[in-house]
Write a new protein. Structure first.
Length: 424
């Protein structure tokens, strides 16, 4: 049944959702904590905490031993591969775990780079997080040429014409973010993949920022690789990579000799963080349960995940519209990225803003003292902040909305920002 929460009607069971997160009991100086820092890492539901703790209590062992706790560890890893396969729309043997997205991308760029040299080109964008830029740019050491795609400074959208021009017969890899972690732009990654494949290039998609906000379907995208971080979608601090089976088998990773040559395990270096892998299954199941509360009779976890996101997208868009409309009324404010509600299908509810006369760090600090957790700086989207000429004086104030946030939190934030700006 649809519910009304703080003057916004949604099919999401927001009271149930917020009850899942023990951190929401936090207060700061008598103010309830409002977690608007999710782009840097979301809060986690109790089930994720329990899964991590239960693994350490009952299954803590290394893999492939001839005893009970090792058997359980093998099952935990297999279960998490299955969960992430449902999350991505791929298969379990196409799932690779790592310590974070950055390390996984460096590992993949090094492996792909073994086959590249002078005359080969890689296409990157200036809109991306540096974790999908620097690992590829490092291949210039091998004589590879890096082409950089511009973005439109008026609304921080990727210049697809520039992208198409820079993808040529010399292109071997096109690495693009699904969504900008700084300004929220959602890129047309399906078209990016099509353009890359038209010249025989690999398409590598950074979905770290997009993953908590919308559904991912690697089969429909036809991307060669897609990588994300589970701590950005209500899970533990881990990275997860999808790779097409044929690429994971064909490419040669740098690895220790004793590690298996079987894929996907040969891409996982050393002993994995087993307890956090247990938490990954729990966070995927949390998302699926959001969908099941809307549609109780869904047959599969994949269907439930898609049902959850269909409602999350609608709710987060409504929150985003309310926040951006309110920010526009604050004197001296400038919002970066898409601000026309007609185009909000092409943005995440991640808002970068500057206010004349108030440094981003000052605003974040004063908000933090009142219980609002936001970010200031460049968020590793260094090319973007340099191009927009804000890097030299503190970057942006970034406000990140998620399905667990409320209209009441948005309204309180806007009121508090107005107080800070007015000096009251």
């Amino acid at each position: 049944m649809p519910t009304t929460h703080d003057e916004l009607t949604t099919a999401l069971d927001l009271h149930w959702i917020r009850a899942q997160f023990p951190s929401f009991a936090e207060t700061v100086n008598g103010h309830p904590a409002a977690y608007l820092d999710g782009p840097g890492g979301t809060q986690v539901p109790q089930r994720v905490i329990d899964a991590i703790s239960d693994y350490l209590k009952h299954s803590n062992a290394n893999t492939n031993g001839a005893y009970a706790t090792s058997f359980r560890t093998n099952e935990v890893i297999a279960g998490a591969r299955s969960a992430m396969a449902d999350f991505f729309g791929g298969d379990p043997d196409e799932i690779v775990f790592g310590s974070n997205m950055t390390s996984l991308t460096y590992a993949m760029s090094r492996a792909i780079g073994r086959d590249l040299g002078p005359g080969d080109e890689i296409v990157l964008t200036l809109l991306d997080h540096d974790a999908n830029f620097s690992p590829w740019k490092a291949l210039e050491e091998r004589g590879v040429t890096v082409q950089q795609v511009a973005f439109r400074e008026t609304d921080c959208t990727l210049n697809m014409d520039d992208l198409a021009r820079k993808i040529t017969s010399r292109t071997k890899v096109v690495a693009v973010g699904y969504a900008s972690n700084a300004v929220g732009t959602i890129n047309n990654v399906k078209e990016v993949v099509r353009l890359a494949h038209a010249v025989g290039a690999l398409a590598y998609i950074d979905a770290v920022h997009y993953a908590p906000h919308g559904p991912i379907d690697v089969r429909t995208l036809d991307c060669d690789f897609l990588v994300c971080s589970s701590y950005k979608f209500f899970g533990p601090h881990m990275g997860v990579l999808y790779g097409k089976r044929e690429h994971l088998k064909r490419l040669h990773p740098y690895k220790v000799r004793a590690n298996t040559n079987e894929s996907p395990n040969r891409w996982e270096w050393g002993t994995l963080n087993h307890e956090c892998i247990a938490g990954i299954t729990a966070c995927v199941d949390y998302i699926a349960d959001i969908g099941r509360r809307v549609h109780p009779n869904l047959a599969t976890r994949r269907e439930a995940i898609l049902a959850a996101y269909s409602e999350i997208v609608l709710y987060e868009r409504a929150l985003c519209e309310r926040l951006i409309a309110g920010l526009k009324t604050i004197p001296g404010s400038k919002i970066y990225g898409i601000t026309d509600p007609k185009n909000f299908d092409h943005r995440c509810p991640t808002i970068a803003v500057r206010i004349d006369g108030h440094a981003p760090l000052e605003l974040a600090t004063k908000l933090g003292e009142r219980g609002f957790f936001t970010w200031d700086g460049n968020y590793y989207a260094l090319n973007l902040t340099e191009r927009l000429d804000v890097e030299k004086d503190g970057g942006f104030l970034r406000i990140g909305l998620f399905h667990y946030n409320t209209v009441e939190e948005v309204d309180r934030l806007l009121a508090t920002l107005k107080e800070i700006v007015s000096g009251s």
